[in-house]
Design a protein around this ligand. Structure first.
Ligand SMILES: NC(=O)c1ccc[n+]([C@@H]2O[C@H](COP(=O)([O-])OP(=O)(O)OC[C@H]3O[C@@H](n4cnc5c(N)ncnc54)[C@H](O)[C@@H]3O)[C@@H](O)[C@H]2O)c1
Length: 395
C-alpha cells in the first residue's frame, strides 16, 4: 500500500490525518518535534485535556486497531534529518517494524508554527515563526527534488494568504488581461499577520519548485478548522486531537464553544463582520485524502480553496449562543475592542469547488454538529482556565 509521510503528525490536524490514512490501509509515518506543545507551555496556555505523547498515541492506535503508525521525533529545520526520510536513514522512536518503509509516494506537510497571534507577540516569536516555517518548507523542497522527484507534496496553505480583497477570490490563480495580452498569475496575496506572510512565502517557494524542477505539488488553502471527534478518535478518547481554546492557538469555533460552557462572554472582536471560510476537521481529512488519490501532475502547482462554507464572526457567535442556550448555558456575546488590524466589514466571496469536484463531501456547521461539540468539550469543563482565554495580542 502507498506510503504517506506526515510532517507535523502530532498536531491538531496531523494526528487525526495519520489515523485516517492508517485506517484506510496506508503505510503511515509521522514526524514531529513537539513545537506546538512546547509553545503552549512557553506562553502558558492550557490545552483542554492532556494528550499522550506521540509514541503513546501510536501504541494506543496499534493496541486498538492492530495498525502501525511509525513515529520519528525530530526537528525538520534540520535538513539532514528531513533528507533521512527519503534516503532510508530514519531513526524511528517507535514502530512495529523498524525497517525503512521506502520513499513516500506522498508527503503531507503540516509542520509549521500555525498561530497568527504567536507570530505577532514580539520580534523573537516572529523570527522563530519565519525561520521555522521557511526552513521546513525549503528542506522538504530540496529533499524531494534531490531524492524523490516523483513524490507528491500536499502542503497546507491558508485562506488568510489572500486577505479580504474587494473582488471574488479564485482558487489560487487569476487570469490577468493587460494591454491586450493575457496570462494566469498566482492570485494576489495580502496576508494579515506575519504567520500568514510565511504561508505566502511558502507558496512562492513551492511555485518555484514546480517551475524550475518539475515537482508535483498540491497547495490546500485552508480556512479555520473546527471540531474534535473524527471517526478514528471515537475508538478511544485518548486518540482525540490537541484542542486549544485560548486566543493564541485556539480556532474560533472551538474557542466560542469553550467560552460558552465556562460562562465567559463570547469574544467578538470589534464589529464582528469579519467573514471567513470554515471547515470541519473531518473535511480536512477528506480533502487531504482526495488530493492524495488524484495527485497533481508533474510540473503542476494545483491549488484548492479548502473551505466548505463562510460565516461572519457575528454569525458564529449567534449559532454558539443559540445552541448553548438550548443546552442551558445562558451564553453572552460581548463586542470587545479589536486587538488586530483587520477589516471588520468587507466583501468576501471565495470560490471553493475544486475539492468537491475531486470527491469531497462537505460536513456543514449545523446546530446538531455544534451540539455534539458542546457535549465533548463539556466533559472537560473542570480543566477550562478563564485566564488563558483572552490576552489581547495586538497588531
Ligand atoms: N488549524 C487550522 O485551522 C488551520 C487553518 C489553516 C491552515 N492551517 C495549517 O495547517 C497546518 C497544520 O495546522 P495545525 O492546526 O494542525 O497546527 P499544529 O501546530 O497543531 O500542527 C503542526 C505540527 O507541526 C509540528 N512542527 C512544527 N514545526 C516543526 C518542525 N520544525 N519540526 C517538526 N515538527 C514541527 C508541531 O509541533 C505541530 O505538532 C499548518 O501548516 C497550518 O498553518 C491550519
Amino acid at each position: 500500500m502507498a506510503h504517506v509521510l506526515i510532517l507535523g503528525g502530532d498536531g491538531y490536524l496531523g494526528w487525526p490525518t495519520a489515523m485516517y490514512f492508517s485506517n484506510r490501509g496506508y503505510e503511515v509515518t509521522v514526524v514531529d518535534n513537539y513545537l506546538r506543545r512546547n509553545a503552549c507551555t512557553e506562553i502558558d496556555v492550557g490545552m483542554l485535556y492532556p494528550i499522550p505523547s506521540l509514541v503513546e498515541r501510536a501504541k494506543i492506535w496499534h493496541e486498538k486497531t492492530g495498525n502501525e503508525i511509525k513515529v520519528a521525533i525530530g526537528d525538520l529545520t534540520d535538513a539532514e534529518f528531513t533528507r533521512g526520510f527519503f534516503e532510508g536513514r530514519v531513526k524511528y522512536d517507535w514502530a512495529i517494524n523498524y525497517d525503512f518503509t521506502g520513499v513516500p509516494e506522498t508527503v503531507v506537510h503540516y509542520a509549521e508554527m500555525p498561530s497568527a497571534p504567536y507570530s505577532m507577540m514580539d520580534y523573537k516569536k516572529s523570527n522563530f515563526t519565519i525561520t521555522n516555517n521557511l526552513l521546513v518548507s525549503s528542506n522538504l523542497l530540496f529533499a524531494v527534488r534531490d531524492l524523490a522527484p516523483d513524490t507528491h507534496i500536499i502542503k497546507l496553505g491558508t485562506m488568510g494568504e489572500y486577505g479580504t480583497p474587494n473582488i471574488d477570490i479564485e482558487e489560487g490563480w487569476l487570469e490577468v488581461e493587460h494591454n491586450g495580452r493575457k496570462q494566469k498569475f498566482l492570485y494576489p496575496r495580502a496576508a494579515g499577520s506575519l504567520y500568514h506572510t510565511t504561508k505566502v512565502m511558502d507558496t512562492d517557494l513551492y511555485w518555484f519548485g514546480v517551475r524550475m524542477w518539475n515537482l508535483r505539488i498540491t497547495d490546500l488553502m485552508q480556512g479555520p478548522v473546527y471540531g474534535i471527534e473524527t471517526e478514528e478518535s471515537k475508538i478511544d478518547p485518548r486518540l482525540r486531537p490537541i484542542f486549544n481554546y485560548d486566543e493564541v492557538f485556539g480556532t474560533i469555533v472551538n474557542r466560542f464553544i469553550t467560552q460558552a460552557i465556562n460562562g465567559y462572554p463570547l469574544t467578538v472582536y470589534g464589529k464582528g463582520g469579519q467573514t471567513r471560510g470554515y471547515l470541519n476537521i473531518k473535511d480536512t481529512l477528506q480533502c487531504v485524502h482526495m488530493s492524495e488519490k488524484s495527485p497533481a501532475e508533474k510540473g503542476e502547482l494545483r491549488i484548492f480553496n479548502q473551505v466548505m462554507e463562510t460565516f461572519s464572526v457575528n454569525e458564529l457567535a449567534d449559532i454558539t449562543k443559540r445552541v448553548g442556550d438550548k443546552l442551558g448555558y445562558n451564553v453572552e456575546i460581548k463586542n470587545i475592542e479589536n486587538p488586530r488590524k483587520e477589516a471588520e466589514e468587507h466583501y468576501y466571496n471565495p470560490t471553493y469547488q475544486g475539492l468537491i469536484n475531486i470527491g469531497v463531501e462537505p460536513h456543514y456547521l449545523t446546530d446538531e454538529v455544534m451540539e455534539e461539540m458542546f457535549k465533548v468539550v463539556a466533559e472537560y469543563k473542570d480543566n477550562i482556565r478563564n485566564d488563558v482565554i483572552f490576552r489581547g495580542v495586538k497588531w
